[in-house]
Design a binder for this molecule. Structure first.
Ligand SMILES: [Fe+2]
Ligand SMILES: [Fe+2]
Length: 392
């Protein structure tokens, strides 16, 4: 509006006056540092020159690349616009990514998880044997669709928030960003496959799983948990918040969903339903593994004061979730657990058996959750507030 743009002729003139353009126009084609810079070992800026990677049985994996890279993954991301050991121009301003510490996003199994994620992407339209889907008795189809309605809804959660973290991680840790990208792809595919399953057999989406009327109420004194968490997070930055996300979504929420998927595979009545659950289960196991192993990495590598605060935060969040927040209350949500029980029972005649199965499921879910807390480095065997036996 207030800006006057040059004419095309003026603009061309301006470009011709650029020093490098003038040089080329004068016939001076001498190459720059990109051709002549020595490697870091020789005192130059071309960090990785000479680190060749030998392809293995599986081609060139991130494990192979990182093993060959003598400079390795840095502890702190430099905010470079070139890859980690590239020739950074000293005068170039750096972008200060909010998560620039390796411990804020890394896990020991990150590269192998990423490789697995990349090699096991699948296509819901054709990789599921939809032609083997069989008509179910109407009550079973309704129970399955209600259960799948819940699974469909929860897939939205990670894709709502993962891109937020991706944009904050220093590109030196591209493996973490790429892994989160594969998780977004996985969750989107889960939404797709559950959405397609809802309609495939004439069932369709059921009732709203998270309507307030069916959720068990959070005790009033725990309503303040988000504010208290915010206080713990105050001034700590996204790396610390990512830890919170890893506990609440990747470790607690997704591990419960993973257990549900396992159950779905067991209960599927035909090769189509079994294959859907088998596929999503494989993907979901990676998300839970990353969440668990990232927390472990954080607790093992963060500076001591950070680690202590992080432990305090994790135990606090865990107690809050166990006592009344998100997570295990799914197992008390009638719109989730009733269809689950019904599927396990097969019919109303057998319903007591279905509830018995749900009780065993509760015990298993809590055990697995506690096992994951321990593997992540904040054992809660003695402090967990969840009943070890189902309260129903
Ligand atoms: Fe998922
Ligand atoms: Fe997931």
């Amino acid at each position: 509006m207030g800006i006057t743009f040059p004419t095309p002729k003026e603009n061309t003139e301006r470009l011709r006056r650029l020093p490098q353009v003038r040089r080329w126009r004068d016939g001076d084609y001498t190459p720059g540092a990109w051709l002549t810079a020595p490697s870091t070992e020789q005192g130059g800026a071309w960090g990785s020159w000479g680190n060749s990677v030998t392809p293995g049985r599986r081609g060139i994996t991130f494990m192979d690349v990182n093993k060959a890279d003598k400079s390795g993954v840095p502890a702190t991301g430099p905010g470079l616009t070139v890859d980690r050991s590239g020739g950074a121009a000293p005068e170039q301003p750096r972008y200060q990514y909010q998560m620039r510490e390796k411990y804020e996003c890394w896990s020991d199994n990150l590269e192998s998880l990423l490789e697995e994620a990349l090699s096991r992407q699948w296509y819901a339209s054709t990789d599921i044997p939809w032609d083997k889907l069989e008509p179910l008795p109407p009550d079973q189809e309704r129970a399955l669709c209600q259960f799948v309605t819940f699974l469909h809804v929860v897939e939205f959660n990670p894709t709502d928030v993962i891109p937020y973290w991706m944009t904050r991680i220093d590109p030196a840790f591209s493996e973490a960003r790429l892994f989160l990208a594969t998780q977004c792809a996985d969750e989107s595919r889960h939404m797709e496959v559950f959405g397609k399953r809802l309609f495939a057999n004439g069932g369709g989406p059921g009732v709203e799983p998270f309507a307030h009327a069916v959720m068990h109420p959070v005790p009033p004194h725990l309503m303040a948990v988000p504010q208290e968490t915010l206080k713990l997070l105050q001034g700590k930055g996204p790396g610390y918040e990512f830890l919170q996300y890893n506990y609440q979504t990747q470790l607690l929420g997704e591990s419960l969903v993973l257990d549900f998927f396992r159950f779905g595979e067991f209960l599927g009545r035909n090769p189509c339903d079994k294959e859907i659950f088998r596929r999503v289960l494989q993907d979901e196991a990676r998300h839970v593994s990353y969440g668990t192993m990232h927390i472990k990495y954080y607790l093992e590598h963060a500076p001591k004061a950070e680690r202590e605060r992080a432990l305090e935060l994790l135990h606090y969040l865990a107690a809050a979730s166990e006592a009344g927040g998100a997570g295990y209350d799914l197992l008390l949500n009638p719109n989730v657990i009733e269809p689950f029980v019904y599927l396990a029972a097969g019919s109303m005649d057998n319903i007591e058996q279905g509830w018995q199965y749900a009780r065993e499921f509760w015990v298993k879910v809590v055990e697995e959750y506690l096992g994951r807390c321990e593997r992540a480095g904040f054992p809660r065997w003695d402090t967990c507030l969840l009943p070890r036996e189902a309260p129903f």
